[in-house]
Design a protein around this ligand. Structure first.
Ligand SMILES: NC(=O)c1ccc[n+]([C@@H]2O[C@H](COP(=O)([O-])OP(=O)(O)OC[C@H]3O[C@@H](n4cnc5c(N)ncnc54)[C@H](OP(=O)(O)O)[C@@H]3O)[C@@H](O)[C@H]2O)c1
Length: 261
């Protein structure tokens, strides 16, 4: 894609954190936006900001992605608006921490739908509107470094991020052989400053707080990887090192480390 001017990006989880940072970054490149989340006030505040600061177009879709039909509803709205999306940033995600058998299943079920089911349906819908066109389309999924390792205490969350990673890695090969104008990348941040841990009711270990990345840095790394049509990217040197260590250190030892407390 030569320049993003007049292109359209659909960003889920745009009301705050990494999704908001992505939206501002894309708008700064003159890309128009469809921003999705539940909190309409936050979305309207973002809409005002990008329209005023970057003179782009921006539509809001208020949607709860824990509902099974959410991805269908989003694309119905996009059709009503008569828009064609060039970029999909599938970012919305929640976490859930604790002993699996001791936690209520409801939040874990929501998490599976938000983190895996709806991203897959959104991707399918996006590919089907893009596959017969000659122009470049980009799919970005936000994974996590924890997707590289099964860990006690966040079993379903880690599994959801492993799922997305595996999905994108095979998808990108299918895309390059079948529809080379579409590429997909999974972006894996480590601990990032946002409301994520607060919403997941999880205290952040002091040692992790010191090394947290900003949402803006995560968005920029993911954006650059997207333009290079990479399949996956781990955000930053420290997180690359952590992934390497996680691969080398047995799961039982990691579970006892101060990073997990
Ligand atoms: N922060 C980290 O340390 C970290 C590390 C690795 C990976 N990640 C991943 O990065 C992504 C973004 O997280 P973040 O750190 O930016 O977290 P965040 O600040 O908590 O933002 C989460 C976003 O997802 C939206 N969202 C949550 N539940 C939703 C629902 N049911 N329906 C629609 N939208 C929903 C929220 O909007 P509303 O509440 O307005 O709906 C918000 O915009 C997630 O996929 C997360 O797993 C985060």
């Amino acid at each position: 894609m030569c320049g993003l001017t007049n292109k359209w990006a659909l960003v889920t989880g745009a009301s705050r954190g990494i999704g908001r940072a992505y939206s501002i970054l894309l708008a700064s490149k003159k890309c128009n936006l469809v921003i999705v989340a539940r909190n309409k006030d936050d979305l309207e505040e973002l809409q005002k900001l990008v329209v005023k600061k970057f003179t782009v177009k921006c539509y809001i879709i208020k949607c709860d992605l824990s509902k099974q039909n959410a991805a269908n509803e989003i694309f119905e709205q996009v059709q009503i608006l008569n828009l064609e999306m060039n970029i999909l940033i599938s970012n919305a995600g929640i976490g859930c921490y604790g002993i699996f058998g001791e936690m209520p299943i409801d939040r874990q079920k929501d998490m599976m739908i938000i983190n895996t089911y709806n991203p897959v349906v959104l991707t399918h819908k996006f590919i089907n509107q893009a596959k017969n066109s000659g122009t470049q389309y980009y799919i970005v999924h936000i994974g996590s470094i924890v997707g590289y390792k099964a860990l006690p205490g966040s079993s379903v969350y880690n599994a959801s991020k492993s799922f997305i990673m595996s999905f994108v890695k095979s998808l990108n090969i299918e895309l390059s052989s079948k529809w080379n104008n579409i590429s997909a990348v999974v972006v894996s941040p480590g601990a990032t400053r946002s409301d994520f841990f607060r919403d997941a009711n999880k205290a952040i270990p002091k040692i992790n707080k010191m090394f947290m990345m900003s949402a803006e840095d995560v968005a920029l790394i993911g954006f650059r990887a997207m333009l290079k049509r990479k399949t996956s990217v781990i955000c930053g040197f420290r997180n690359k090192l952590l992934v390497l260590l996680m691969k080398l250190i047995p799961i039982k030892l990691i579970a006892k480390s101060p990073f997990r407390k």
